[in-house]
Design a protein around this ligand. Sequence first.
Ligand code: SF4
Length: 360
Amino acid sequence: MFEAIQLALNEDIILVAFGDMLRVPVNVKKNKTRTLAEAKAQGADIRPIASPTEAVKIAKQNPDMPVVFFAAGFETTTAPVAAMLVEGVPDNLSVLLSGRLTWPAVAMLLDSGEAGFDALVAPGHVATVMGPEEWQFVVDRHNMPAAIAGFTTESLLAAMYSVLRQLIDGRYFLDNCYPDLVRKGGNPSARAQLKKAFNVGDAKWRGVGIIANSGYSIRDEYQQHDARRHFPDYADDARKRAGEMPPGCDCAGVVLGKIYPNECRLYGKACVPRNPIGPCMVSDEGACRIWWANGMREAAVQKGSGRPVSLPIHERIKATAGQENHPEWCGPGCWIQALHLPSCTNTQSARLGAQFIRPG
Ligand code: SF4
């Protein structure tokens, strides 16, 4: 992020980036430029895009200008960037790649023995590309329930129902609750393009540190389109403070499942969607933003003490375990109701249970 901001400010280029990147802040002094949006307001030529094809179009429309595509994201975002490179791009287009793989981060967390969760709802959009098998290690290596969920209420609810039921039954398996789109093996074509365009290696995660085999880098065959080779000075390690979380921001804890968003002491106070302090409050997919958008407006931190005012949700759920014999889990003690899911009703969860819950 810092590299992208500095490139846009200091080089005579057009920088294109996915729209939600423009407001992601870096950790610099208050009088310095914190976001791409601020850099744009200062005159840098920064253009938000929604897909790699737009980057190609802008490069073709501006053949005399270097165009740098700041491509940050996970497998689903990175796969189209790989396809773009493999299919060929204009000479003046280069990629500043910040692509990450999701499963190594979860594996690192589970291996550490400090995961703050008892079951995993895995990302369906990633599994659509990489295949559901990537998440099998959660069950096999860590003896933990796992379910894959997509971007629908039904799929999310089914995945939560599945892992909770697995926990109660003590029978763990990987449940694909997004079967319309997630198929065995994922998307072979997208995976082939990822392999062709990128290497996988150790990568730094903001606020977390280095995670083995969790990052993509551009293969030598495409080096003429690697922005880091054109502008090597901006990857200077001395600037690493900018890549850390802003003071007081607990995004790393939120992303690693160690705390809930409203346990961050800045949540809802200094940090709100209008004025995000950390990346989790920026885009619609950020954990803090999701909590805020869905009405969780109260900080869970006791004033002055820094301690949560109530038990974390998973502890509250555990506390209901004595009532797990309820026939449909939809009376007092129902774990799904304990999650305060407004769409959970007796009939809906029973229907979802019948539709999705099956032994592995
Ligand atoms: S509320 Fe979330 S995004 Fe904001 S500072 Fe805290 S952890 Fe970071």
